[in-house]
Design a protein around this ligand. Structure first.
Ligand code: MG
Length: 464
């Protein structure tokens, strides 16, 4: 194990909910709950103001509504979250080539490998600067944990929440862990927790005291040995760079749930083609085809199939994706589809000429852009099915007369819109008929205004 706290764990604070609060001035300081709003929906993220009522992620939405009836309930906007995530991951990659994302808003970074930190002092400074940069670029806060291992870095960021930084000095780990619940350790869920409790073990310190033999007797060889090691703060798992586990994938969220099976099949084919274009643009091929389906109730399924060898053949990917779709029930409607390829092999060989590589990268970026353009055109040409217009709570809209806003609620042929933008004051609410021709869906606005040069603009009192 390393002797300096140079593994960093970043976790954005209440990510989806914070992004929504940044986008919607009227929700700042309020209880905001983001998730599936259907009968079987669950909470994806909630703001700290909502946690006060006992709401937490993965809770059934119906229960959340009972606990916090006056909270704002919003449908997630993954396009926006992904954009912010890319900004954050970009900042992390400036610190080190070894960045291991765990989700859109969470990642490990090996600062030592990036030579950005070598001791506690430099690690802390790096963490402080990173938090400031994230704030400046995204307008959101993230918490940072620093330690000599992944396990402790993650525990540290949890302790740091919200909007903080905790550094665990190497050598103090066991003392720090001892009073903590066994559930703090990775891999200890409710079942293992109960099992240990029945044996009189509730804290990490008690695991260490029980000894390895007792743990193995209780939990079996593999789990027992691993858990005992973790209780002693032994964790030598390396930070694994993203590209080693990378996949190429594309997905689409639909404004109106798709019910028609033929249309679902067609969308999957289109996504397969797009995915292959992206794969080829990056000079990659892959063995495992992945299909992702998010249904009307927000339940998400992934199905995958591994081929005998890597491919970048659109026909092969299309067929595999179609086969995978056959095993998925889509009768209730589909709100998101995705196709991905993982298990990637690099086509480009070790490259002696850096310039050649840069040129190739530029070319492929152009290819990608062109492909996206073509897609956009395709999308325009495609006849829009005459479906009932559905306004999702929280999604952005534009009204020809009143400008940019977001859907606060809808039903009974009406839609309520609050007209405000990330940089505005809290806005007014207006109600329209849901088929109002002046109202249309809109793209999310950037949370942080980009001010080129800032010349001549009298800075409107934003936060520093
Ligand atoms: Mg988070």
């Amino acid at each position: 194990m390393r002797t300096a706290p140079t593994i960093l764990h970043l976790d954005m604070d209440a990510f989806y909910a914070s992004a929504e609060q940044a986008a919607k001035p009227s929700l700042r300081g309020k209880a905001v709950i983001v998730g599936g709003l259907g009968p079987r929906g669950v909470v994806a993220t909630c703001s700290y103001e909502a946690r006060v009522f006992g709401v937490h992620s993965a809770m059934p939405m119906a229960q959340a509504r009972r606990l916090a009836p006056n909270a704002a309930y919003l449908v997630p906007r993954f396009g926006l979250y992904r954009e912010i995530s890319e900004q954050v991951m970009g900042l992390l990659r400036e610190l080190s080539p070894l960045v291991e994302p765990l989700s859109l808003d969470e990642a490990f970074v090996d600062l030592e490998a990036g030579q950005t930190a070598w001791d506690a002092e430099s690690a802390r400074l790096t963490g402080v600067k990173l938090r400031g940069d994230i704030r400046a670029v995204t307008g959101l806060t993230g918490s940072v944990g620093l330690a000599a291992s992944k396990m402790l870095a993650k525990i540290a960021s949890e302790e740091a929440k919200p909007d903080g930084l905790v550094l665990i000095e190497p050598g103090t780990e066991r003392e720090l862990l001892a009073p903590m619940s066994v559930r703090t350790l990775p891999g200890v869920g409710p079942a293992t927790g109960d099992h240990l409790r029945r044996a009189g073990i509730t804290t990490v310190g008690e695991i260490a005291e029980a000894g390895e033999d007792e743990l193995v007797r209780l939990l079996g060889k593999a789990h027992g040995v691993a858990l005992y090691a973790m209780a002693l703060a032994h964790d030598v798992r390396p930070v694994v760079a993203e590209r080693d586990t990378k996949s190429v994938s594309v997905e689409d969220t639909y404004d109106v749930d798709i019910h028609d099976r033929v249309r679902v099949r067609m969308e999957v084919q289109r996504l397969a083609d797009r995915c292959v274009r992206r794969l080829r643009g990056a000079h990659l091929s892959g063995r495992t085809i992945v299909l992702k389906v998010r249904r009307y109730d927000f339940s998400t399924l992934t199905r995958s199939e591994t081929l005998r060898g890597p491919t970048d053949d659109p026909a092969v990917v299309r067929e595999a994706a179609a086969r995978l779709l056959e095993s998925v029930d889509t009768t209730g409607g589909v709100r998101l589809l995705g196709v991905g390829v993982s298990g990637l092999a690099d086509y480009t060989q070790e490259d002696l000429f850096a310039q050649a590589r840069t040129a190739a990268a530029a070319a492929s970026a152009e290819e990608l852009e062109q492909a996206e353009q073509e897609e956009a055109e395709e999308a325009v040409e495609e006849p829009v099915p005459p479906a009932e217009r559905r306004w999702h709570a929280g999604h952005d809209v534009r009204h020809a007369e009143f400008g940019h806003g977001w859907v606060q609620g809808s039903g009974l042929g009406r839609v309520t819109v609050r007209f405000e933008t990330p940089g505005s004051l809290p806005g007014r609410v207006r109600t329209f008929r849901s088929d109002d021709p002046l109202l249309e869906g809109a793209e999310p606005l950037p949370l942080v205004e980009r001010r080129p040069g800032d010349v001549g603009s009298s800075a409107a009192g934003g936060e520093g």
